[in-house]
Unconditional design. Structure first.
Length: 363
């Protein structure tokens, strides 16, 4: 067998292109790129025109599609239209109007828009989460609106609001944290050693959705703690996050049910009072609950022990109030109207209960 050295082999050669062929190829590529560039330039113009027209409609569904398109194509020029539409009374049933409002708020969030606080005020009750996100970047007196809601909600929403207010410390914030606060003195009474346990809980939102056929995909905003895919909303003693998800299938939205508690949790309020103080001085924190174990000897000694512990809790409260006046987060007039309220709870674990417990004020 005869082998031909590799260097001597003749390989097929590609046909040589003439200058005209090369030039036409360059022109073809340039023409394609130019067409794509012109298409990319035309598309935002078309979407901007369409979005503006839809957002100026009075129909809730049409407006929702306009808001969706503004977010999809990042049409920043649509922000004034979106803002103005929030104040309009749209045509459609209650669910259609709610869905359109959510779509508008979502578009403003996606566009990182600065929206006047007064425009957002009416959306707070129906859509607190996207409204809170927008309030983080809003123009106007944001603190005044947040102070209104501080004592009208609880849980994660309250913590998100309190985080914003903790940054700016507006007049009245410290007073609202302390006014109506109830401290607890939890007494474990025993004639021997015993352990004490405390339970906890968690929040849950609505588990149903309202379908709105013909609308664009709608987001579901929820407040949360730290979680995969969550975004920081506000930073503080309890950093609050939010999630945004869009469900597949028929467009729908989950109503955002706000808390119905009469006031925020005393534990939360105390944590933020302590955070206010710690911004300026190192001090022993106030406790919302003081757990104490008392060994039973007799009724008189027990009563004295309880009153001594209550007095210590009240004294700590007064010290915190004085510090807040010193750092100018409380006024003297506000201090005069604040008084410590201590509720006493007694768990009687004595083996021998033949001797009744004495009467103690505040129990």
């Amino acid at each position: 067998m005869h082998f031909v050295p590799a260097c001597a082999r003749r390989w097929p050669q590609a046909p040589r292109l003439g200058r005209a062929s090369v030039l036409s190829g360059v022109l073809l590529v340039a023409g394609t790129v130019g067409a794509q560039a012109r298409a990319a330039q035309i598309l935002p113009d078309i979407s901007t025109s369409s979005t503006s027209r839809q957002l100026q409609s009075n129909d809730a569904r049409e407006v929702a599609w306009g808001a969706f398109q503004a977010a999809q194509y990042h049409v920043v020029s649509a922000v004034p239209f979106l803002t103005a539409t929030l104040l309009k009374e749209l045509q459609g049933d209650a669910h259609a109007r709610q869905a359109a409002e959510l779509a508008i708020l979502d578009a403003l969030v996606q566009l990182d828009a600065q929206v006047p606080v007064d425009v957002l005020r009416s959306s707070f009750d129906r859509w607190p989460v996207p409204t809170l996100i927008l309030l983080g970047n809003a123009t106007g007196n944001r603190d005044a609106l947040l102070l209104e809601y501080l004592n009208a909600t609880s849980g994660l929403e309250w913590q998100a609001i309190a985080n914003f207010l903790l940054q700016t410390e507006p007049p009245g914030f410290a007073f609202r944290l302390l006014n109506g606060l109830e401290l607890r003195l939890d007494i474990c009474l025993t004639d021997g050693a015993i352990g004490i346990g405390y339970g906890g809980g968690m929040e849950s939102g609505p588990n149903y959705a309202i379908a709105v056929p013909g609308f664009p995909p709608l987001p579901d905003y929820q407040l949360s703690g730290a979680a995969t895919g969550a975004t920081i909303l506000s930073i503080g003693p309890e950093t609050i996050y939010y999630t945004r998800r869009i469900a597949a299938g028929v467009p729908s939205f989950r109503p955002q049910i706000r808390s119905t508690r009469e006031k925020p949790a005393d534990l939360d309020r105390v944590r933020y009072v302590n955070a206010l103080v710690r911004k300026y001085v190192e001090a022993m924190p106030l406790g919302a609950t003081m757990p104490v174990t008392i060994i039973w000897h007799d009724a008189l000694t027990f009563r004295e022990d309880v009153l001594r512990h209550r007095s210590a809790l009240e004294s700590r409260y007064r010290e915190i109030v004085s510090l807040l006046v010193w750092i100018k987060d409380l006024t003297e007039d506000e201090r005069q109207s604040l008084h410590a309220t201590v509720r006493i709870a007694i768990d009687d674990y004595r083996r021998d209960k033949s001797i009744p417990l004495p009467i103690i004020e505040g129990r």
